[in-house]
Ligand binder design. Structure first.
Ligand code: SAM
Length: 256
């Protein structure tokens, strides 16, 4: 059965009001009628089976009113909460990262700019992009039947991102750095995620095409973020964060 998100504020007592694109999809694509049943999610882990009471086809303002038949908790969210601080790669590659990291189970994505980030966006374009990325996360969450939509945060520069990390402590932070020789991903994760503290949130910092500068890695180290190697091959920026997230979720016994 298709899966729709509604904002918790649109659920009042036993009734739900579905508007916007979700309503349009129900009416024009699925051609649902009064009396049909659909499943909806409130983005907070609650799933409802509802019966359509009323369909309003007004152009531009389609609305579907429905009554709740059953309600249950749907636990699709990983226990390990992951925030991906991802340097914005060239072109539309962040779209891919957001879509795939949502499917995998990441909780939050923070696009960042670093010294060597090639993409530079003005304020207006940043706002448009963030809206588009939020839409991609929402669609991917629907597609993979997640009960929560990952948060796509406003763009931060690297120092602001580290401040955010420090403010939210305690959590485990790793920065993927291809020059790191001592700390390897498996070792670092096994001493934390797999070692019984899987509820500690994980922050992953991924650099741009040109990598992080040694100064940035040092700044991260001072903030308590551990530099890690992902092995002998160099991964593209849009691959690296996904790989770390998959391995971390696997080590926390979520994936697989
Ligand atoms: N400047 C680097 C070079 O050409 O050697 C490559 C940077 S890589 C394309 C982009 C980002 O992915 C890096 O900043 C790092 O965060 C991550 N990354 C890719 N491969 C990695 C590896 N083997 N170990 C650690 N981090 C890696």
């Amino acid at each position: 059965m298709p899966h729709f998100f509604v904002s918790p504020k649109d659920i009042k007592g036993n009734e739900v009001l579905i508007t916007g694109n979700e309503a349009k999809h129900i009416i024009t694509v699925l051609r649902k009628r009064e009396g049909d049943k659909i499943d909806i999610f409130d983005g907070n882990g609650n799933e409802f089976r509802v019966r359509i009471l009323e369909i309003d086809r007004s152009a531009g303002l389609p609305r579907v009113k429905a009554e709740i038949i059953t309600q249950k908790r749907r636990e699709t969210e990983p226990k390990l909460k992951i925030t991906l601080f991802q340097s914005i790669p060239k072109g539309n590659r962040l779209d891919f990262v957001i879509q795939k990291s949502t499917e995998i189970g990441i909780s939050e994505i923070v696009p960042i700019t670093t010294e060597r980030t090639i993409v530079r966006l003005d304020c207006k374009r940043i706002k448009q992009r963030v809206l588009r990325w939020q839409k991609i996360a929402r669609e991917a969450a629907k597609q993979s039947r997640r009960s929560a939509i990952p948060k796509v945060c406003p763009v931060l520069d690297f120092s602001q991102a580290l401040k955010e990390f420090s403010a939210k402590k305690p959590w485990m932070g790793i920065i993927a750095w291809e020059m790191e020789e001592k700390n390897h991903l498996r070792k670092v994760l096994r001493s934390s995620v797999g070692g019984g503290i899987s509820r500690l949130p994980l922050a992953i910092f991924i650099g741009p095409e040109g990598g992080f500068t040694p100064e940035e890695v040092e700044e991260a180290r001072r903030a308590g973020v551990v530099p890690v190697s992902l092995g002998s091959r160099i991964l593209r920026s849009e691959t690296a964060g996904l790989v770390v997230a998959i391995v971390a979720l696997y080590e926390s016994r979520d994936l697989g």
